[in-house]
Each structure stands twice: as structure tokens, then as C-alpha cells.
Design a protein around this ligand. Structure first.
Ligand SMILES: Nc1nc2c(ncn2[C@@H]2O[C@H](COP(=O)(O)OP(=O)(O)O)[C@@H](O)[C@H]2O)c(=O)[nH]1
Ligand SMILES: [Mg+2]
Length: 338
């Protein structure tokens, strides 16, 4: 951050973001991503300013195995949305990005036009921390880009571990990109991810792969049908597209619009967001409690010996946990005025 010694003022920064100041937005997200305790406090004030002006976008999650064409798709799809008069923000959840050097950042060459366009905002995944931490900061960044006036937010995830679920839990619509493979690939995709997808797209439906893509789409479509209850009013459609040629991009946006209209028509969208907000609150509580527990002096004093005793089979795990919790809770009660 420029002026690293200057103490950030969360509330002032928030007002600049609301004014549509791009550099302020970038600084706001840097503040959100900071783990420094004083920065967390300012970030909380920042979010208080931003929250009332957030929530106006459609939040779209995009997942798929590396190489399926996510970055290329976002470039083409994002470009299409800009043409339609939208403002597009792209965020990422990639807890592995410390090792890989950042999913989006490494891909910015594939999002050349989007990255250079004033009406778009691209931010790579935060590079430090656990999935929970990365997801939390991405959620907060999402509120910031919404408050800055971006009306389509795309959250990309790499197909690693639980990050798909974390992204599905923060978006209105979760989209899965697939390769035009045959039945083998059907087996390879984790069933759970197909289950949480609201929209599936077989990418690379161009040239020699076009027919294979159509076949794969039909196979996925029947698989998806079987996963859904017969009464469901939204059977996730499986379409084909080519991120390279732009084929199927406009229909994809139409499908998204249909989905949003349906979810809005009976309050399901609000309900989904409300549930997400509640789950988010609890994961914050979980994280903060665990951090406080691990930082607690009395716990730290005993932790190593107790862990060893559990590993050696000298102390039952339950007894050790109870002892640590007793120490922790006693400390909490004793410091109630702190
Ligand atoms: N033929 C074809 N190739 C594509 C398409 N989309 C992406 N690719 C290629 O697939 C490779 C991986 O794309 P990339 O966007 O980096 O995938 P990501 O890892 O999911 O972000 C690149 O060589 C792209 O040029 C497409 O629609 N058709
Ligand atoms: Mg990529």
C-alpha cells in the first residue's frame, strides 16, 4: 500500500469508495485483506460505511478444473457484459495462491482487455491464510466492489478442496465450467460440485471439439436431472459455449437472468443471502473463538504437554480438551472487564 506508514481511516476511505474512486477501492480491499489488528478495526469501520450501499449486484461464482478456460471465459463474458452497459468486478478465492503465485494475477494476460478497462475491476485472491480467512476477505471485498457501483461480481475459484463450497456460499448463482470430455470425465468431476451448480457450461465447443461438447452437455444434463427432485422449478441447464469464439456467451447471460428473475420472484434470493449472512457470522465467531483459544496464555502453557499426552495415549482426548477449555473459559470469565 502506498503511504504504508499513514494510518488508514476506514470511514473516510469508505466515503471515497462510495464516490466511485477506483484507487480508494483498491486501498479499501488492501485494508480488508490486512491481518493487522489496528487495520482490522479500520476495516470494520470501512465496512460499516459500505454495507448499506452493497448488495445491488448479481453475484456469480465460477469454478472448474485448471485449464477448462475460466480466465478466457471471464475475459469474453466480462467483455460482453461491459458492452451491455454493466460494470464488472472479478474476485478470486484461491487458498493455494501463495504457492501458485495467484490464480488471477498469473492469468491477467488472459484477461487483458478486462484488466485495462475502466468499467472493470480485477482483484487476485488474497495470498495469505486459510480457506476460511481467504473466503472471508473475498466476501468483504465483494461488499466493497458493490458499494463502488459494480453491478456484476464474478468470484472465481480454482478446483481445489473446499473452495468451491466457500464460493457457492457467497454467491447468488454458482456456475461450473466443464470440458468436452466423454463419460470418463463425468466420473472425474466430484459429484458434490455438480450438485451445487446452478448452471453448467461445457466450454471449448468450437472446432473439432464442438460435437464432443454437445454430447457431453447432453450427458451432464441427464445426470443433473437425476440429482434434482422432480418438482424442482429450476433444473440447472447445461449449455455449451466457446470462450474463444464467444459462441454461447449471450445465451449464458440470458440463463443467468432467468435464474435471477425466478429466485427474486418469491424471495428465494433474499432468503439465500440471509442464510449466507448468518452462516458467515457463525464462521466469524468460530474463527475468532479458535484464534482467542490458541492465543490464550493458560492454554498455550499447557497445550504442548497435553497434546503429547494425548498422542502417547496417557490422557484421553476428551479429558485434555475439557482441561484446556476449562483453563480458557476461566480466563475469559476472569477477564470479563477486559
Ligand atoms: N479451443 C478452445 N480453447 C480454449 C477455450 N477457452 C480456453 N481455451 C484454452 O484453454 C487453455 C486454458 O484456458 P484458461 O482460461 O487459462 O483456463 P483456466 O485455468 O480455467 O483459467 C488456454 O490455452 C486457452 O486458450 C475455448 O473456448 N476453446
Ligand atoms: Mg485461470
Amino acid at each position: 500500500m502506498s503511504g504504508g506508514n499513514r494510518k488508514p481511516d476506514g470511514a473516510a476511505l469508505g466515503r471515497q469508495v462510495l464516490d466511485g474512486d477506483r484507487r480508494a477501492l483498491a486501498r479499501a480491499i488492501t485494508l480488508i485483506e490486512s491481518t493487522r489488528r489496528d487495520h482490522r478495526k479500520e476495516a470494520a469501520r470501512l465496512l460499516e460505511v459500505l454495507l448499506p450501499r452493497s448488495g445491488q449486484s448479481i453475484r456469480i461464482g465460477i469454478s472448474g478444473v485448471p485449464g477448462v478456460g475460466k480466465s478466457t471465459f471471464i475475459e469474453t463474458f466480462g467483455g460482453y457484459l461491459l458492452e451491455q452497459g454493466h460494470k464488472v468486478a472479478v474476485l478470486a478465492v484461491d487458498p493455494s495462491s501463495r504457492r501458485t503465485g495467484g490464480s488471477i494475477l498469473g492469468d491477467k494476460t488472459r484477461m487483458e482487455h478486462l484488466a485495462r478497462d475502466e468499467r472493470a475491476f480485477i482483484r487476485p485472491s488474497p495470498t495469505a491464510g486459510t480457506l476460511g480467512g481467504v473466503a472471508r476477505r473475498t466476501r468483504e471485498s465483494m461488499l466493497a466492489v458493490e458499494a463502488a457501483g459494480f453491478d456484476v461480481v464474478i468470484v472465481e475459484t480454482v478446483g481445489v478442496g473446499q473452495s468451491e463450497t466457500a464460493v457457492a456460499d457467497m454467491v447468488d448463482l454458482f456456475m461450473l465450467l466443464l470440458l468436452p470430455g466423454g463419460g470418463d470425465e463425468l466420473q472425474g468431476i466430484k459429484k458434490g460440485i455438480v450438485e451445487i451448480a446452478d448452471l453448467l457450461l461445457v466450454n471449448k465447443a468450437d472446432g473439432e471439439l464442438k460435437q464432443a461438447a454437445s454430447r457431453a452437455a447432453a450427458e451432464y444434463q441427464s445426470a443433473v436431472r437425476m440429482l434434482r427432485p422432480a418438482a424442482a422449478d429450476w433444473i440447472p441447464p447445461v449449455n455449451t459455449c466457446s470462450a474463444l469464439t464467444g459462441d454461447g456467451i449471450a445465451p449464458t447471460w440470458e440463463r443467468i437472468g432467468e435464474y435471477r428473475d425466478l429466485m427474486r420472484s418469491d424471495g428465494r434470493l433474499e432468503k439465500r443471502r440471509a442464510e449466507q449472512a448468518r452462516a458467515w457470522m457463525w464462521s466469524e465467531v468460530d474463527d475468532a473463538l479458535l484464534a482467542a483459544f490458541r492465543e490464550h496464555d493458560g492454554v498455550r502453557e499447557r497445550l504442548e504437554a497435553l497434546e503429547q499426552a494425548v498422542m502417547d495415549g496417557r490422557t484421553p482426548a476428551t479429558a485434555a480438551a475439557q482441561e484446556l477449555l476449562a483453563v480458557f473459559l476461566d480466563g475469559v470469565n476472569g477477564n470479563a472487564t477486559d
